[in-house]
Design a binder for this molecule. Structure first.
Ligand SMILES: NC(=O)C1=CN([C@@H]2O[C@H](COP(=O)(O)OP(=O)(O)OC[C@H]3O[C@@H](n4cnc5c(N)ncnc54)[C@H](OP(=O)(O)O)[C@@H]3O)[C@@H](O)[C@H]2O)C=CC1
Ligand SMILES: CC(=O)C(=O)O
Ligand SMILES: [Mg+2]
Length: 618
C-alpha cells in the first residue's frame, strides 16, 4: 500500500481524554492515551519520544517559537522558548529580513544551512515559497562555492560519509542512520563536482543540495532522504595540503579497489534500505558510466549527470523545435554539435540518439550518430587518418592521447572530417542548428563559432549547460549579441534575461534539477524496482510539452525552477504510468484514485502539525 504522507491521529473521545491511534511510516499502529485538548478528530500529528531541549534541538521536530502552549506543556519545553507563540508567517517575515541582510551569496548559503539545521519545516516552507531565488543559493551556482569552501565553513554534520578506513564496516555503519525509512539517496565520490573538478569529501554539499530539491520540488519527506559521500580520497593537491580539509588525506582509490569499495557500499545500502532509489551524482567519467552499467539492472538507481541531464536537455531541444515552428518528431533534421565528451555530453547525446531512433525517421542508430558532432578538449572527434589540426602527421585511431576514447565516444567519430578541428572550424563546416556545451570549460563558445552558427540558421539553439555560472561555455549576453538577438538560449546555471536592441531575450535554465525530483517522486510513489530509459525519454517529452504557444514564441522553452513542484507532479505521474506499464511498480494502486491524485497526495508540504509525545515502548 502507498504510505500516507502525513501521520494521522485517529481519536476516539471518552469523557475526559482522547485515545489516540497514530500510524508511523511503517504503518505500525501506536496507541497512546492522553488528554489533548487542542486536537480534534482526524488531526494530523507528528509524534516523538523526545522531551525538553531534545525537542527544541531536533530540526525535524522544532518549530522554534511556534509551539503552542499545550505543546510546550506536554513536551516539557515551557519556559525554554520566548513566551509569545508566533506562527509560521511571522517566522518567515523575520527569516526573510535576516536573509536579505546577508551580503554575499555564500553568507546566504550559510544562513540557509543554519536554518535547515534548526528547523527543517521552516527551511522548506521558505525554499518552496521562494524557489527561483533560493535554489540559486542552496543549489547552483552558490553550492559550487560552498563545496570549494566546505572545509572552512563547516558547522554541523548532515548525511553520511563512507571512507577508505570504513572498508569492512559499512553494513554495520548504515545502522547509525537514525531513520528506518529512506526513499532517496544521493551519493557522490566528489570526483567531478559541477565544472569544478575533484573536490573530494567537500562534494557533500551536492547531495545535500540535490536532496533539498527532492523535498522542495518533489515533495519527498525530509526524513526519507540520505545524502552520502564515498570518500575514496582526492587527487586535488590543494585539499591534500590543507590541514583543515575534512576528507581522507590520501590520493583516490582506483581500479578494482575503487569498484570493490562501491560494491561494499551498495551491499550495505541494500541490506537496510532495499527499496531506496540511489542517484549517482558527480562521478567522473568513465567511473560514472561503469557504475551505471554495473548497477542499473541490479538495483533501483540512475546517474543524474548522464540520464536526467539527458532528459532535460532533450526536453530543451524538443521544445526548441516547437519554438522554431517545427514538429517535435523532426529531430533527425537537426545538426547538433556537442562540446564535451564526458558523462553529461555522452549521456545527453545518447538520449538524443534514442529519441531519433524512437521517432522512426532514421534508418539506423548509426544514422542518428551521424547527426551529432562531438568535441572533447582536443577538438572534434574526427578521423586521425585525415590528420589533426595541430600536426600534419596522420595518427591511426587508438594511438597517442586519442587512445583514451572509448566505444561510447567513438560512436560519434566523423570519418570524413579531420581529427581535432576546433569549434569554429566544425561550425563552419557543418552549419549546426543546435550547439550544446557540457565541457565545464568557460568561454569555449567563442564569438567566431557562435557568429558563424548564426549565419547558417535563423534561430540558433545555443545551450551552454556547464555549471556553475562562471564555468558556462558563454554568457547569455554574449549569445544574444553574437546572434543578433535570434538565439534560443538555455544555460545550466541561471542568467538574467537580456535586453538586446529594445527586445527582451528570454533565458531558460536547462538543469537536471527540472527532472530528478519528479522522477524520484514517481519512483517512490510507484515503488518501482528499476529506473528505465523510457522513464527518461517520457520525462523529456512531458517537460517539452509544458510551455504554451505564446511562451514558445517568446523564447521560453518550459517552466522555470519556480514551477518545479508543478513540473515534478507531471513528471512523476508519467514515471508512475511507465512503472506500471513495464511491470516494475510494487505499490498497489488505490481504488478510486487517479495516479495524479495519488502523486499529489503523496507530496509532503511543510506545515506545522501538533506534536504529541508517545511512550517509546508502545
Ligand atoms: N546543466 C546540467 O544539468 C548539467 C551540467 N553538467 C555540466 O557539464 C560539465 C561536464 O560534466 P561531465 O560530463 O560530467 O564532466 P566530465 O569530466 O565527465 O567531461 C568533461 C568533458 O568536457 C571535455 N572538455 C574539457 N575542456 C574542453 C574544451 N575546452 N573543449 C571541449 N571539450 C572540453 C572533456 O574532454 P576530455 O575528455 O578530452 O578531457 C570531457 O570530455 C560540468 O561543468 C557540469 O557542471 C553536468 C550535468 C548536468
Ligand atoms: C547539474 C549537475 O548535476 C552538474 O552540473 O553536475
Ligand atoms: Mg551533477
Amino acid at each position: 500500500m502507498l504510505r500516507n504522507p502525513a501521520l494521522k491521529a485517529v481519536h476516539s473521545f471518552t469523557r475526559r481524554h482522547v485515545t489516540c491511534q497514530v500510524r508511523n511510516y511503517n504503518r505500525r499502529a501506536l496507541t497512546t492515551t492522553a488528554t489533548f485538548p487542542d486536537l480534534r478528530m482526524e488531526t494530523m500529528v507528528q509524534t516523538t519520544t523526545k522531551h525538553g531541549m531534545d525537542v527544541i534541538h531536533d530540526p525535524l521536530l522544532s518549530k522554534g517559537t511556534a509551539f503552542s502552549l499545550s505543546e510546550r506543556e506536554r513536551l516539557g519545553i515551557r519556559g525554554l522558548v520566548p513566551p509569545r507563540t508566533q506562527e509560521m508567517d511571522k517566522q518567515l517575515q523575520r527569516i526573510i529580513r535576516n536573509l536579505r541582510e546577508c551580503r554575499t551569496p555564500l553568507e546566504k548559503f550559510i544562513f540557509m544551512t543554519a536554518l535547515q539545521d534548526r528547523n527543517e519545516t521552516l527551511f522548506y516552507r521558505l525554499l518552496i515559497d521562494n524557489l527561483e531565488e533560493l535554489s540559486q543559493i542552496i543549489y547552483t551556482p552558490t553550492v559550487g562555492e560552498a563545496c570549494k569552501r566546505f572545509h572552512s565553513i563547516y558547522r554541523r554534520s548532515r548525511g553520511m560519509y563512507f571512507s577508505s578506513i570504513d572498508r569492512g564496516q559499512m553494513a554495520a555503519m548504515i545502522h547509525n542512520w537514525p531513520h528506518d525509512q529512506v526513499d532517496v539517496i544521493v551519493v557522490t565520490d566528489g570526483s567531478r563536482v559541477l565544472g569544478l573538478g575533484d573536490l573530494g569529501a567537500n562534494g557533500m554539499q551536492i547531495p545535500i543540495g540535490k536532496l533539498s530539491l527532492y523535498v522542495a520540488g518533489g515533495g519527498i519527506r525530509p526524513t526519507s532522504i540520505l545524502p552520502v559521500v564515498l570518500d575514496v580520497g582526492t587527487n586535488n593537491e590543494e585539499l591534500l595540503n590543507d590541514p583543515l580539509y575534512l576528507g581522507m588525506g590520501h590520493r583516490r582509490l582506483d581500479g578494482d579497489e575503487y569498484y570493490a569499495f562501491v560494491e561494499e557500499w551498495v551491499h550495505a545500502i541494500q541490506s537496510r534500505y532495499p527499496n531506496a532509489l540511489i542517484q549517482f551524482e558527480d562521478f567522473k567519467y568513465p567511473h560514472a558510466y561503469n557504475l551505471l552499467h554495473k548497477y542499473r539492472d541490479r538495483i533501483c538507481c540512475f546517474n543524474d549527470d548522464i540520464q536526467s541531464t539527458s532528459a532535460v536537455a532533450l526536453a530543451g531541444v524538443l521544445a526548441a523545435l516547437k519554438a522554431r515552428g517545427k514538429p517535435i518528431n523532426a529531430l533527425n533534421e537537426e545538426r547538433i554539435v556537442c562540446v564535451g565528451a564526458g558523462s553529461a555530453g555522452v549521456g545527453v547525446c545518447e538520449g538524443i540518439v534514442d529519441c531519433m531512433v524512437e521517432q522512426g525517421k532514421v534508418k539506423s542508430r548509426e544514422e542518428a550518430y551521424g547527426k551529432i558532432w562531438m568535441l572533447d578538449q582536443h577538438g572534434l572527434i574526427g578521423n586521425v587518418h585525415l590528420g589533426t589540426a595541430d600536426t600534419s602527421k596522420p595518427m591511426p585511431i587508438g594511438i597517442g592521447d586519442r587512445a583514451n576514447l572509448d566505444e561510447r565516444q567513438l560512436c560519434y567519430l566523423k570519418k570524413d572530417m579531420r581529427d581535432r578541428m576546433n569549434l569554429e572550424e566544425v561550425v563552419k563546416a557543418i552549419k549546426p542548428t543546435v550547439i550544446l556545451g557540457l565541457s565545464g570549460s568557460p568561454g569555449v563558445f567563442n564569438e567566431g563559432a557562435i557568429r558563424a552558427m548564426a549565419e547558417g540558421v535563423e534561430k540558433p539553439v545555443v545551450f551552454p549547460l556547464s555549471n556553475p555560472t562562471h564555468q558556462s561555455e558563454c554568457t547569455a549576453e554574449q549569445a544574444f549579441h553574437w546572434t543578433d538577438g535570434r538565439a534560443i538560449f538555455a544555460s545550466g546555471s541561471p542568467f538574467k534575461d537580456v535586453e538586446y536592441r529594445g527586445k527582451i531575450c528570454k533565458v531558460n535554465q536547462i538543469n537536471n534539477a527540472m527532472s530528478f525530483p519528479g522522477l524520484g517522486l514517481g519512483i517512490t510513489v510507484s515503488r518501482a524496482s528499476r529506473v528505465t530509459s523510457k522513464m527518461f525519454m517520457e520525462t523529456a517529452i512531458t517537460i517539452a510539452s509544458m510551455a504554451s504557444e505564446d511562451q514558445l514564441k517568446s523564447g521560453v522553452l518550459f517552466p522555470g525552477v519556480g514551477s518545479l513542484r508543478e513540473v515534478s507532479k507531471e513528471v512523476a505521474v508519467k514515471v508512475c504510468e511507465i512503472a506500471y506499464e513495464e511491470d516494475l511498480a510494487r505499490a498497489q494502486l488505490r481504488q478510486g484514485m487517479s495516479l495524479k491524485e495519488i502523486v499529489e497526495e503523496s507530496m509532503w508540504d511543510p506545515e506545522y502539525v501538533p506534536t504529541i509525545r508517545i511512550d517509546g515502548h508502545m
